[in-house]
Design a binder for this molecule. Structure first.
Ligand code: DX5
Ligand code: ZN
Length: 214
């Protein structure tokens, strides 16, 4: 079953808890929380206190996407704040294997992500430690961008590798996913779709989530 993880970057952040309750009622499997530090990416969003406060308001799975430099410094604190799935970027991390292990040791699902220009083969050596891999389909930093179709080729290669090695790993795609290109992402092998604008700008969010699932 394809899972949908709406990104609150496209939500009305002054009503964050209500927006999350709304997507949960609309059938979202989890909520995608984009943490940006102004260093690894140029944009700055929100961090630990926001996630911690939101955790008190909802039981939905928190899919936390760290776009921060040296994420290994903060994984413990994001898990304490309420992350259920914690994703960090291989490009930003000084010891990917150690960081994945540290996340898993806490009973949190561990995921590593690659930017559009990073070969997906760069993370193959870590696959045994991953519960999920996030293949970015836009340059991280901003919501509302158009999907880069070449990134779906990386999803295909990764799916082949995971199957060949008999692993059970989710593949998440993030950036510019909409009802038009979701079937391509699913056909390429993605099973968790992040969608910001496509869900939060829809007048009927339940319908948007259903349509993305295909
Ligand atoms: C981009 C973020 C995405 C983004 C997705 O850096 O990681 O999660 O918010 O938003 P849309 O679906 O609007 O591209
Ligand atoms: Zn994201």
């Amino acid at each position: 079953m394809i899972k949908i993880s709406p990104s609150v970057l496209a939500a009305d952040l002054s009503r964050l808890a209500d927006e999350v309750a709304e997507i949960e009622a609309a059938g979202a499997d989890m909520v995608h929380l984009d943490v940006m530090d102004g260093v690894f990416v140029t944009n700055i969003t929100f961090g630990l206190p926001v996630i911690e406060s939101l955790r008190k308001k909802t039981g939905i799975t928190f899919d936390v996407h760290l776009m921060i430099d040296k994420p290994e410094r903060y994984v413990e604190r994001f898990i304490d704040a309420g992350a259920d799935i914690l994703t960090f970027h291989v490009e930003a991390c000084e010891d990917t294997a150690k960081t994945l292990k540290a996340i898993k040791a806490r009973g949190c699902l561990a995921a590593v992500s690659v930017k559009p220009n990073t070969p997906v083969e760069d993370i193959y050596e870590y696959l045994d430690l991953c519960d999920m891999v996030l293949v970015m389909t836009v340059e991280p930093g901003y919501g509302g961008q158009a999907l880069i179709p070449e990134c779906l080729e990386k999803v295909k290669s990764l799916r082949r590798e995971i199957t060949a090695r008999g692993l059970d790993i989710m593949i998440q795609v993030d950036g510019g996913i909409n009802t038009k290109n979701a079937p391509d992402a699913i056909a390429a092998g993605a099973d968790v779709l992040v969608a910001g604008s496509a869900v939060f700008s829809a007048s009927n969010k339940a319908e948007a989530i259903r349509a993305l699932r295909g």
